[in-house]
Design a protein around this ligand. Sequence first.
Ligand SMILES: *Cc1c(COP(=O)(O)O)cnc(C)c1O
Length: 393
Amino acid sequence: MTDFDWNNYSLETQAIRAGHDRTNQDEHSIPIFATSSYVFKSAEEAALRFTGKQPGNIYSRFTNPTVDAFQQRLALMEKGERCLAFSSGMAAIMAIGMGLLKTGDHVLCSRSVFGNTVLMFQNYFDKFGVKTDFVELSNSAAWEAAIKPNTRFLFLETPSNPLIEIADIKAIADIAHKNGCLLIVDNVFCTPVLQKPLELGADIIVHSATKYIDGQGRCVGGAVVASDEIIEKYIYPYLRTGGATMSPFNAWVFLSGLETLAVRMKAHCDSAFELAKWLDVQPGVEKVYYPGLNSHPQHELAKSQQSHFGAVVSFELTEGKEHAWKVIDATNMLSITANLGDVKTTITHPATTTHGRLSPEVREEVGIKDSLVRISVGLEDLEDIKNDLLNGL
Ligand SMILES: *Cc1c(COP(=O)(O)O)cnc(C)c1O
């Protein structure tokens, strides 16, 4: 398999076949290498491995063949030189900060990112003298205006959650590079099937494999994809020392998740688009947030930057919070959970769950109303999903 240059194959093929270095047992499916350490043929070989003069495994906190297969596969799919897997998406974000930041540095972050990402910058990196400012995701000029001489990187997630705003990755990457900063993109909502941030100019991609990459809600994991230089200089040394390694079992689950990612994402997005159009004409629905709709302010940008519009749909009810809770509580089948990216459709009320810790003023400012409901559209029959929503509508 190592003779192949997988770069010559399409994403769908890479997702199924790349990364597996078949062993002398001729297995068809990738084995789970459940081993914490590796054996050397001699004392000299051990010494060479430890100095890095001879490539090879030493200890599974550093490298493991099952985890390597996942890393190689995801790197190819994202068109990156190298990928490192982590125990969770947050561990991946933590590694980027620990690897790249030092006291006195400044970070610019979109104000519409995953809640724990905000806390990571605000509560933890801040303790070590790294200040973070938060800016409006879709306003490229605001990013430019907020850069300081000590800004190390810009961090964003597009589309955002739960209002599905879109950032112009190419424009913001240009702004970052003009000012000597890196651009980091959390690609969880799109996956490489829908969007390839590195091709648009981003320097680092971060993933929570927990969402669409697994796709069936089984394991927690994360990844960083970047150039060889960035990984080797900043991320790998921290992983080796910090130790938030992905387990071989989880890597094995994520490998099979990647195999079906392209077909799943397309089916998720097709259903979400249909559901958004349907919601848009339902009585009781005030407004639908979905980039596939012409009414979405960044519809054209989403069309040029993504291959599909994504599988998360948010909508506002006409009668406020009571109405939103009523729609959620009247569902029989949908899962009431803040998780997303599952074959099972999930429904949630952002203002009292994921964004409940924000003050009402901040929620108002970022546009998350009490009447807002978010759906992560799964792969059940679309008519069944609509019927479940009709109970409360
Ligand atoms: C879930 C999520 C994360 C964090 O990932 P975990 O695997 O839960 O640690 C980061 N970013 C986004 C967009 C997410 O949805």
